[in-house]
Write a protein that binds this ligand. Sequence first.
Ligand code: XMP
Length: 519
Amino acid sequence: MRSIQDPHHDRILILDFGAQYTQLIGRAVRELGVYCEIYPWDVDHEAIEEFGPKGVILSGGPASAYEEGTPAAPEPLFTGGLPILGICYGMQTLVAQLGGSVENADHREYGHADMETVRSCKLLGAAGRTLDVWMSHGDRVTALPKGFEVVATSPGSPYAAIADDRRRFYGVQFHPEVTHTAEGRDILSRFVHEICACAADWVPANIIQSIVADVRGAVGDDEVILGLSGGVDSSVVAALLHEAIGDQLTCIFVDTGLLRMHEGDQVMQTFEEHLGVHVERVDAEAEFLARLSGVRDPEAKRKAIGNLFVEIFEREAARFSDARWLAQGTIYPDVIESAGSKHGKAKVIKSHHNVGGLPAAMNLRLLEPLRELFKDEVRRIGIDIGLPERMVQRHPFPGPGLGVRILGEVKKEYADLLRKADAIFLEELERNGLYDRVSQAFAVFLPVRSVGVVGDNRAYEFVIALRAVETVDFMTANWARLPYDVLATISGRIINEVRGISRVTYDISEKPPATIEWE
Ligand code: XMP
């Protein structure tokens, strides 16, 4: 599906110069109720015109604006009459392109700074105020282009914010998109709502409405199939498509036998019984266990699980020969990460290794109704459309499921023990109000035997490791400092209630170098 081209939504364009914070700008603007998209800085100007923004934000980036051949904004932007806000590198390139100058600062300015507004402007409001802002830059502006004025200064940045109210061009050296900047949201709000005059209409009810209308328009009377996994994204797709096209949707839910406790039944309950979605459940546990028998290498296990998943999905989907569309839960960060700039260095791409790149050979058209949404938006519309809060706020779960949480060979006995231990862990986190405070928590099964005393005898039984992490982007993570007494309760319950486990350990490895999963 193309972008949401609904003319009723005012929109902002964000040009990405490669900063790690660019997605945060996008999320902040969306949270302010304004639709936006992120394009690489070297996108063709025609694409910008077709998108039809009411204002443009130039993101930060790692380059230096005074170097030859450095990334720059498309020149027609400066004569097109649209408001522009340059952030960090975005401000520097704005200045350099309009005839001012930028130089390397003696030292990098990083962290909090007290910024003084020295002249009133539409972006920052009145003069004479002190704002707590977040800086992160090595270059700085040293002379302004014609028409600009300095509107704020900080001890390290004489040009902390600049404005040309007449052309509605603004530049800020600090980062309004990060939460460390106290009034960051207000500043962005003034830019998008007041300066660009965008309405705050990008809210869940409207998002749902516009996706539903788009899907109906694209699909017509065709039948659609969707691989439902029980994860947040595919669940929200199922609920949206059900709303849009009702019985034309069939979900295929492959129960791999590598899911968490009661997960398969919960998926059926939520979708079939509660929402009335048509779900075909495929009980494939035996097939997965057979395929995994004797496979010990983690990547070989991932491949085996992914391939079998696709085989089964294709087999089941073939039964619905009238289907013309395959729906998928692709979300916006996946789209941005795979797009990137034509000139730029390869960006760090989040390795997302979902189960099976689904079937190219299936001859179905692809329907991706979440392609424009950030994860937090997916969650918000999930709740708005009636999915249970618990399902929508769930921790991520890897495609290969328990297959990569049982070290080495996967056996049914191991999966059953692991499911029980994992369920106790999660239940206690919930009970103690900790589930939502960690980003991901799970148990891992270690197929080694450790000694324990059962009654008067020594017994050699298996070991469970508990892993709980706090992270923003899953690229780096800290182990969660869970309270000792909660850990004590969890370990006591697992050892007493799960026959076959005699020892529980807690994983205190940070990522990097350790990964979140154990395989
Ligand atoms: P790592 O272990 O790489 O995990 O630190 C980062 C995030 O990715 C998830 N993960 C996977 N997700 N298939 C997936 O769909 C996989 O093979 C896979 N391996 C790791 C992991 O759960 C964490 O959220």
